[in-house]
Design a protein around this ligand. Structure first.
Ligand code: LLP
Length: 432
């Protein structure tokens, strides 16, 4: 991205966000102003139709392969979102007992849930076995021994894949790169074959394949080609050594266009899977999160005030709501909800939140129409790693969430009350 795309360009490139001359910006068929009028701001709005359409496009791209989509719950774990993907046919990829229980509560069968994560506790592994999850992605020798002991003690057999670290740079932000040798994830490539053989002899363990996930917001196919080639090579080596391998979990990571850059193409991604694994006779799992849900959500906010002779536009949303700009210097489109403002010529402003940190900045030197107090803006592509990463820092209650589905919408989370902020806190007797 060279120059920032204009509000008009951002909106034009997102057909699920039509601009109406009178009603302003819509998500699918619902005016965002109607939701903000009802729930106030800040408020998250997700589009179920958009999620379904994206799921269908990915499923169609993978149709020629023996590939199964396990939505990465961490990207957006709201029960209604999980229900939308579950109904569309997705399984789930979870990384904690909490995510496992959320997925099951939303109606995703345990047999369609895989469990990833670098530090699963004994308690979590036991819960995964007791609930009959489909697969556990083992990331270390210590986890393997722990799982074997728990499975054997309870008379169960755990189907596992070994997560390998292919030592491939995904070419993304350092904080979301996971497949390099110096990242904490997976089993070093050179040690994986010996561990797989060892696993095959352990009580309670049935190794069925490999897993890998090299990072997130990946926009180029090259790292996928490199990583999947290494995985395929290991499948061949394991089989040559007489070990059975029937599955490869290829992880997620497909990026989206936050500005005017093109997002990852699911069709091209399917091509990369096919190039690496066709002919091996393995079934594949993919674990996309961001690509499915990111573009389907916005964070609506209102202008509280403008200060610094027009330089700082202070919103009522903050880094505690959407932390991605503060945490990863992430770029999110920010557009006025009013059609007149979205068309108007912009002036360069810093768009900030009210939290007491300079890092609470959504955008620097961004062209935005001059906005008055109370004017609303939509922060785009906030469906993934948005509400799930919110905190209540500065004692700011969690924002409400609305789900749009075509012309319909419903509140799917109420605004947190102030009293709820200290629910569960207790005052020790000695303080009187
Ligand atoms: N599978 C595994 C094992 C993962 O660790 C992740 C994401 C995914 C799948 C899904 O990746 P996706 O398709 O969404 O890229 N909070 C960061 C992103 C962290 C991603 C962590 N792992 C952000 O806001 O950019």
């Amino acid at each position: 991205m060279t120059a920032d795309p204009s509000a008009a360009d951002l909106i034009a490139a997102r057909p699920h966000l039509p601009m109406h001359a009178m009603d302003g910006l819509l998500l699918e068929g619902v005016p965002l102003n109607a939701i903000a009028d009802a729930l106030g701001t800040p408020v998250w709005v997700y589009g179920a139709g958009t999620m379904r359409a994206r799921y269908r496009r990915l499923a169609a791209a993978l149709a020629g392969l023996d590939a199964h989509i396990h939505y990465a719950v961490k990207a957006n774990d709201h029960l209604a979102v999980l229900r939308v993907f579950g109904q569309a046919g997705a399984g789930a990829d979870v990384v904690s007992e909490g995510e496992m229980r959320r997925a099951m509560a939303a109606g995703i069968a345990p047999a369609r849930i895989v469990f990833s994560g670098v530090g699963k506790t004994a308690h979590e592994l036991r819960a995964a076995l007791e609930n009959g999850l489909a697969q556990i992605n083992v990331e270390s020798p210590a986890e393997l021994e722990m799982l074997s002991a728990i499975a054997a003690a309870t008379g169960r057999t755990a189907e596992i894949v070994l997560r390998i670290n292919p030592d491939v740079d995904a070419g993304t932000h350092a904080k979301i790169t996971t497949g390099r040798a110096d990242n904490k994830f997976g089993i070093p490539y050179a040690e994986a074959a010996a561990l797989y053989r060892h696993a095959a002899g352990l009580p309670g363990i049935a190794p069925v394949g490999l897993a890998l996930h090299i990072g997130s917001q990946i926009l180029s196919l090259a790292p996928y080609h490199a990583a999947y080639a290494r995985a395929a090579e290991l499948v061949r080596a394991l089989r040559a050594a007489g070990l059975a391998v029937s599955r490869v979990d290829c992880g997620g990571g497909l990026g989206i266009g936050y500005g005017d850059e093109a997002g990852a193409s699911p069709e091209a991604f399917a091509g990369a899977l096919s190039r690496a694994f066709a002919g091996l006779g393995v079934s594949l799992i993919v674990e996309p999160g961001r690509w499915l849900v990111g573009p389907a959500g916005v964070l609506l906010a209102s202008v509280v005030l403008v200060k610094g002779h027009g330089r700082f536009v202070v919103l009522d949303a903050a880094m505690n709501d959407l932390v991605r700009p503060a945490m990863y210097d992430a770029w999110h489109g920010i557009v006025p909800v009013s059609a007149v403002d979205a068309r108007a010529a912009g002036v360069a402003v810093d768009i900030v939140g009210p939290v007491c940190e300079t890092g609470d900045t959504f955008a620097r030197s961004r062209l935005l129409a001059p906005l008055r107090e109370g004017a609303r803006v939509a922060i785009l592509d906030a469906g993934a790693y948005g509400a799930v990463m919110s905190s209540t820092y500065n004692a700011r209650p969690l924002a409400p969430i609305a789900l749009v589905d075509g012309e319909r919408w419903a509140t799917i989370r109420e605004r947190q009350s102030h009293a709820a902020l200290w629910e569960g806190e207790t005052m020790p007797d000695f303080l009187g």
